[in-house]
Structure formats: structure tokens, C-alpha cells
Design a protein around this ligand. Structure first.
Ligand code: GSH
Length: 230
């Protein structure tokens, strides 16, 4: 059955939605390599109107569709049980829910504020007026997020301590091999890597080495995605 993933479109074909990256990695993990990627732009959500909501990712698998990255992961796990497990067990699934909640703390508001200007710069030009109006309503003037953010990055790194301690002991959150929990957190790092030159991690950090391992997965699938990080 043909699979399509509707994901956020940015300028120059950049794909940098953290939640879509969770689903992209989950598809590859399940060995579902042959799927179509369709960009959805902020200004026009009509391609996903069939889902009755206006957020990406949305997955279409034959005559079924699922929206929300968590529901997509559960759908893939339950629909393709004979392929590599994303959660492993019910308790793995429950614990991944915790990781998902924790990752939101990591991403919002601190990382969002650090990357606000970068994100704006990579919104498709035709979406910029919409994006500015929407984000300024919620977060204030975009220009206030410009400038040196190094101090903020140093403070943000402290939030990574539970990740750092865990990955100091094991290769992945999934243990010896990656699991959906890894893709949840990785989505935020991949988002950052796609839009920003800011170095979020020090090379000596176990989280850095983990991110490298994730970038290498599936023949360097995430590494080869268009990005601005050096
Ligand atoms: N909880 C949702 C969040 C999805 C979400 O917020 N997606 C963003 C793209 S990263 C979106 O569609 N944003 C549209 C907007 O900001 O209006 C999930 O995990 O799928």
C-alpha cells in the first residue's frame, strides 16, 4: 500500500518540523523506505483538510490516515508488528510517552526562543507574513529573539542532564539499539540542525555522540537532509 507523509514545507525544500522528523525516522525504522513526502505550507493547509485538523505530520497509508506524531508511531507499531519494534513492549510505549512530555519541556519555550529567528528565516517566503503575525501574537516581536544566544544555549544544555546521564551509560534511549524514544528527542535536534548554525552541543557531550549515531542511521537519512548547520 502506498504511504504518504504530509510534512511542513520550508524555504528551498527544507523540511524542519520536529514532529515530522519523529515520523520520518519511525517510517525508516519500520523499514518503510518507499514513501512519498508532501510539503504543507502554513498559508495553505488544504492538502491535509481531509484529516479534519490543520497540523502536520499526517500519514496516509492506503485508505487509512492518521494525524499527530504520537498516533502515527502507535499506528505504525500496531499495523506493522512484524517489523522492527518502535516501542518493544507496552511499558516501552508508556515510557516513550514520558519522553514525549519531557521533550516538549526541552523544546518549549527555551529552544523555541533560542531558534525563533532562525526558524523565521527558513519559513517559506510566501509564509513569512502569516508566520510573523501568528508568532508575534504569541511570543512578541521576532526581532527581540535576534542576536547573541550563546548564554541561553549554555543554560539550555543543563536541561539535557537526564539525557546526558542516560546516554553516558548506553548507546540509545532504546538501549543497544534505537527506539521511538530516541526519535522523539532527536526530532528537536534535527529541527535545530536544519535551520540553525548555532552549535547546541559540545563535542565532548555524550548527547553529541548520540546525535551523530542518529544522523548515521538508515544510510545517513537525517544527515543528508538539507540543513544549515556546519
Ligand atoms: N502534537 C503534534 C504537534 C504537531 C505540530 O505542532 N506541528 C507543527 C509543525 S512542527 C504544525 O503543524 N504547526 C502549524 C502551526 O503552527 O500552525 C504532533 O506531535 O504531531
Amino acid at each position: 500500500m502506498a504511504i504518504t507523509l504530509y510534512e511542513l514545507g520550508g524555504d528551498q525544500d527544507y523540511r524542519y518540523c520536529p514532529f515530522c522528523w519523529r515520523s520520518l525516522m519511525a517510517l525508516r525504522h519500520k523499514g518503510l523506505h518507499d514513501f512519498k513526502r508532501v510539503p504543507v505550507y502554513y498559508r495553505d493547509r488544504s492538502p491535509i483538510a481531509f484529516s479534519g485538523q490543520d497540523r502536520v505530520p499526517v500519514l496516509v497509508d492506503g485508505d487509512r490516515w492518521v494525524n499527530d506524531s504520537w498516533d502515527i508511531a502507535c499506528y505504525l507499531e500496531d499495523t506493522y508488528p512484524d517489523r522492527a519494534p518502535l516501542f518493544g513492549t507496552d511499558s516501552g510505549r508508556s515510557q516513550a510517552r514520558f519522553i514525549s512530555a519531557w521533550t516538549l519541556e526541552l523544546q518549549r519555550p527555551a529552544l523555541t526562543a533560542i531558534l525563533m529567528w532562525d526558524a523565521f528565516e527558513h519559513v517559506d517566503p510566501a509564509d513569512r507574513a502569516w508566520w510573523r503575525a501568528d508568532r508575534e501574537k504569541r511570543f512578541g516581536k521576532l526581532e527581540s529573539y535576534r542576536g547573541d544566544r550563546q548564554d541561553k544555549v549554555v543554560a539550555w544544555r543543563k536541561l539535557l542532564e537526564p539525557l546526558r546521564v542516560t546516554l553516558g551509560e548506553q548507546a540509545f534511549l532504546g538501549g543497544e539499539s534505537p527506539a521511538y524514544a530516541d526519535y522523539i528527542v532527536f526530532g528537536s535536534f534535527q529541527w535545530a540542525r536544519c535551520i540553525s548554525r548555532l552549535e547546541l552541543l559540545e563535542t565532548s557531550d555524550p548527547v553529541y555522540a548520540w546525535r551523530e549515531r542518529l544522523l548515521d542511521l538508515f544510510d545517513g537519512f537525517a544527515r543528508s537532509a538539507p540543513h544549515v548547520a556546519t
